[in-house]
Each structure stands twice: as C-alpha cells, then as structure tokens.
Design a protein around this ligand. Structure first.
Ligand code: FBP
Length: 318
C-alpha cells in the first residue's frame, strides 16, 4: 500500500524546520546544542501531522529524552500508522565545525515496513541501481565483492571507486581495496551521504564499504530503495546492545539485512541541508528569511526532486 502523496510536504516541513534550528549552531563548536537545535523543531512539526507515528529508528532508546527516541509516538494520533526513522542532525561535527554535508533527515513508511533497530553500529555495503539483486555479501572477502561488482559493471577493479569512512576499524577493507587498485574516496563522517554516493546520474562512487551507524544504514536504505540501489547491513552488537535489540524483536543477532528487509514497502525520504553538501544546499540566512533546500524522494510516486522554500523569520521563528 502506498503513502498518500500529501504527506510528503508535511514531512519536508519537519526536516526544513529542523535544519533551520540546527543552522543557528553552525561553527559554534557545540555538537550537542546543534543536535538539540534540530530535535525540538522536528518533534514539534511531526506532532502537528495527522498520523499515528512511531519512531523505529531514533537517536537513542526510551528514557533518553530530549532525543527523538525509539518507541516515541508522534503526530496527533489521528490518521494512518507510520514507522518513522529520524536523524534530526546527520553531521553534528560538520555543523559544529562549519563543514559541508550536515543535514536533517527523515524516512517514513507504513507501520511494519521499516526495520526497527537499536542505535548501534552496522556493517554496510551499498551499490547503485541496475545490478543483479543481492550481488554482494558481507561474508564475502572484500576481494570477492570487488570482483563481483567489477564483472557486473563490466569494468576492471582498478576502474572502480569506493567510498570508505575513515576509521581505524576499516584497516582491512582499505588494505584489500588498495591491493586491488580500487580508488578510495574517504569521508570523515556522514555515512548516509557516503552510502548515497553510489546513486544518481553520475555517481561519485561504485560502492560504499564501511561500518557506521545502524540508524544511518536504514535511512540510507530508504533513499537507495527509491533509486533501485542496494544495501546489505548487519548490526554490530555487544552484550548490552543484544539485550536492547531483543526488546525490539531482533532474534538473530548475526542477521544480514538486504534492502527489502530494511524497507518493506513504500517510503518517503527527505533531507534538508544544514551546511551545503552532496545532497542539498545548506540553510541560507537572507536577513528576514531563511532559504532551505530539500532532497525529497517518494518511492511509489517515483518522485525524486530537490526543492527550495523560504521561511519568513518573524512569522515562523519568533
Ligand atoms: P552524528 O552526526 O550523529 O554525530 O553521526 C555522524 C556519523 O559520521 C554517521 O554518519 C556515522 O554513521 C557515524 O557517525 C559513525 O560513527 P563513529 O564516528 O563512531 O565512527
């Protein structure tokens, strides 16, 4: 069943307001304040929508208010039931340091259609569209995955580009990619944009290969599913996290989730830029107004668009 298209604009409004909220903290060296600057307006906007929303991917779990926590109910509680994945500020460091690629993001699906996962790490491999289904596997060696991808793309491994999150834990991935002469484009943070760098008209990368946040994995899956891209993810759980995962209904802690298991039906994705980046331009302060730009997708309606809106400061933010 598809989501009524009238909801797209309502959800866009939530990421727009969150992005404006976070933008006040650009360059202020305070990650926590920037995050809160996004969370509060996002929650306020979502609570105006006629829906029975539940956060299934959030910033933490119950008792961790003021975050938008997993299990939190959103909306007027009158209307359709939605699962909501939130990352009010993806790129808290980017915002604090006035660096590119910070944005506010949401993914929404009908109840039961989004993977509900704790706020832990996830191993991920993402690739673009027009490739054989479930082509790659986290249990394959890096070498095998690269050969499979190269063959499917009719390229040599040395012609492939991989995006990797620059972390010590990726030493082996980097070693293997380097051995095969795959060009590596590193990111320092922000692996939603990293995973999405494999889609679009002229993708920057052929593969995203790293372990980052689990919430970011599910949110990236939402956008990838609108493009026919693919992602496989596996949660990385310590003993305490296994208890949390169990409470969310996860029984197999080693399960590899393919995109259809993370996003089971129609989905809406919106990302509004805080600082200018690969997905959208950042919030522009025009004096009396803010100009905001959102990258918005609606899978069943085949909507892929970038839209800008103006908010008068005195009407909306006094
Ligand atoms: P925040 O904006 O929530 O700080 O997340 C930034 C981020 O880079 C994510 O994009 C990524 O999934 C995660 O942090 C990686 O975590 P870590 O910095 O612990 O490796």
């Amino acid at each position: 069943m598809s989501i009524n298209s009238k909801y797209l604009n309502l959800f866009i409004k939530a990421t727009e307001k969150a992005a404006i909220g976070a933008s006040k903290f650009i360059g202020k060296k305070d990650k926590i304040a920037a995050d809160k600057g996004a969370v509060d307006p996002m929650r306020r906007e979502l609570n105006k929508i006629n829906m029975e929303g539940t956060v299934v991917i959030g910033e933490g779990e119950m008792d961790e208010a003021p975050m938008l926590y997993i299990g939190e109910k959103l909306g007027t509680l009158k209307g359709p039931k939605f699962d909501i994945a939130v990352d009010p500020l993806e790129g808290t460091k980017f915002t604090a340091n006035n660096e590119p690629n910070a944005f506010s993001v949401l993914a929404i699906a009908k109840k039961g259609d989004l993977l509900s996962a704790p706020d832990t790490y996830m191993e991920k491999i993402a690739i673009g569209s027009n490739l054989p289904k479930n082509l790659l596997d986290l249990d394959n060696s890096v070498e095998k995955n690269i050969h499979l991808l190269a063959n499917a793309k009719n390229k040599r491994p040395s012609e492939l580009k991989a995006c990797v999150l620059k972390r010590q834990r990726h030493e082996n991935i980097i070693k293997e990619l380097t051995k095969m002469n795959v060009k590596i484009n590193y990111i320092t943070d922000g692996d939603i944009a990293g995973a999405l760098s494999v889609i679009g008209k002229d993708p920057k990368n052929d593969i995203y290969y790293s372990t980052g946040g689990g919430p970011e994995g599910v949110i990236a899956a939402a956008a990838l599913s609108c493009y026919g891209g693919q992602i496989q993810g596996r949660l990385v759980l310590d003993d305490e996290e296994k208890i949390r995962a169990k409470k969310l209904g996860i029984k197999n802690f080693k399960k590899k989730y393919n995109i259809d298991e993370m996003i089971k039906g129609d989905v809406i994705f919106c990302a509004t830029g805080v600082t200018t980046g690969d997905l959208a331009n950042g919030v522009e302060d025009l004096g009396n107004e803010f100009n905001v730009t959102t990258f918005a997708l609606h899978r069943s309606k085949k909507i892929i668009k970038t839209i800008s809106n103006i908010y008068n400061k005195w009407i909306h933010f006094l």
